[in-house]
Design a protein around this ligand. Structure first.
Ligand code: ATP
Length: 398
């Protein structure tokens, strides 16, 4: 969809900002550009909407050389989001968002309706925020308006230059999550410039690590973290790249253990017998509909451990009486980072993993470790993926 063919840019003062760049971004793919300051990321991006013209080479959009397309017409097909947002201070949020539809000659009511729809899409209530002015919003809210405005004319391509760079880390992570969800729906072709490796890893279907004026490696984030091709890339992604991989490695069914499972309405005795037979110290407890309820320990089910009740345990008692709730769970496909942080947050030795409402098994610290080793092993076997969009299954949810 976007194709760079041997593109170079030399500024009039002699600086080579970009040197002989060739790569492509597939339709619906999000490629992050990451690298040290001054390595040519912004120049790369601005050449796509012709804010900067290349010195050599050409850029194709949907197969057409963009140097032959009128810049104004070109920019209508390309949404542009920048760190400073650039909202008009004297216009309301709704009018800011409706800017491009206005320029395209939409009727005012139609443009405002579209703007309201987009504000909702980026998580802003048009009733509450639509009539405010930009200086009446938080930094994070302004960024959202920037994204909504860029999407207003439904362009197939989005260029995003450090769009979340000016907000604090918590808001930033929130905006990243929202943007990932949004991208699942709108599937734009996106070039996303960032300084932040974690952001590049999290958002990118692929990430391009820039050296000076050129791309050193362009690959799926997990591959770059697991098998950096050059010492420069290894150094850039950092010694803690094993940790960073946690956020791009999904939990799979094969990582899970299968403890005994009992039901809330199982008789205590039956459940205790089963657990004894399996030599299990605890079991997962599901409710009547098969949903996760929690867990029960063999000790509490065993009459000899029940204190005063031990003498005459209620024959009709069900697991319900002894079961404890378990609030922590994960969806299949969640990232290992999310799994790890859920374990820490709940101080849990294992986490139930669900597919929708269905219980699939439990993830333990040993399983987590295995999953990480598995993903590193896979990288060694992966061949080049340039130009391909990774499948959904390969991408973890946050
Ligand atoms: N108008 C210009 N004239 C001369 N040199 C320029 C101009 N714009 C950018 N440069 C130089 O080109 C190189 C690449 O700049 P660019 O803005 O693309 O880098 P970047 O990777 O986006 O950096 P940052 O992360 O700091 O924004 C830098 O050395 C920069 O100083």
């Amino acid at each position: 969809m976007i194709r760079f063919e041997q593109v170079s840019k030399r500024y009039p003062d002699g600086t080579w900002a970009v040197n002989d760049l060739s790569f492509q971004v597939a339709e619906g793919e999000l490629v992050t550009l990451v690298g040290p300051s001054g390595c040519g990321k912004t120049t790369t991006m601005k050449m796509v909407n012709r804010l900067i013209e290349p010195t050599d080479g050409r850029i194709l959009l949907d197969g057409a050389d963009i140097s032959t397309v009128d810049p104004v017409e070109l920019r209508r097909r390309i949404g542009y989001v920048i760190q400073q947002v650039g909202l008009f201070p004297h216009k309301t949020v709704l009018d800011n968002t409706a800017t491009v539809p206005h320029l395209l000659g939409w009727r005012r009511s139609q443009a405002r309706a579209r703007a309201a729809e987009l504000l909702e899409l980026v998580g802003l209530d048009p009733g509450t925020h639509g009539d405010r002015y930009p200086d009446q919003l938080s930094g994070g809210q302004r960024q959202r308006v920037g994204v909504a405005r860029a999407l207003a004319a439904d362009p197939p391509v989005l260029l995003m230059d450090e769009p979340f760079g000016a907000v604090d880390p918590l808001v930033r992570e929130h905006l990243q999550n929202e943007f990932l969800k949004l991208q699942e729906t709108v599937r734009k072709t996106v070039l996303f410039v960032t300084h932040d490796i974690e952001e590049a890893v999290r958002l990118g279907d692929r990430m391009a690590v820039y050296g000076h004026g050129r791309i050193e490696q362009l690959d799926a984030p997990a591959k770059i973290l697991g098998a950096p091709e050059t010492p420069y890339v290894a150094d850039f992604v950092g010694a803690d790249r094993g940790l960073k991989r946690l956020s791009v490695t999904p939990v799979r069914r094969s990582d899970l253990e299968q403890p005994p499972v009992v039901r809330l309405d199982d008789l205590r005795e039956t459940a205790a017998d089963r657990m004894r037979a399996e030599g299990a110290r605890w079991a997962v407890v599901l409710d009547a509909a098969g949903g996760l309820h929690g867990w029960v320990s063999a000790d509490t089910l065993d009459p000899s451990a029940l204190g005063s009740e031990a003498a005459s345990p209620d024959k009709d008692a069900t697991v319900q009486r002894y079961a404890r709730r378990m609030e922590a769970w994960l969806a299949v496909g969640s990232s290992l980072k999310h799994a790890f942080s859920t374990m820490l947050q709940h101080d849990a030795g294992w986490i139930a993993v669900l597919d929708g409402d269905r219980f699939e098994g439990v993830l333990t610290p040993a399983g987590l470790h295995e999953a990480l080793r598995r993903s590193i092993g896979e990288d060694v076997n992966v061949t080049g993926t340039a130009g391909q969009v990774p499948t959904e299954a390969a991408k973890p949810t946050a």
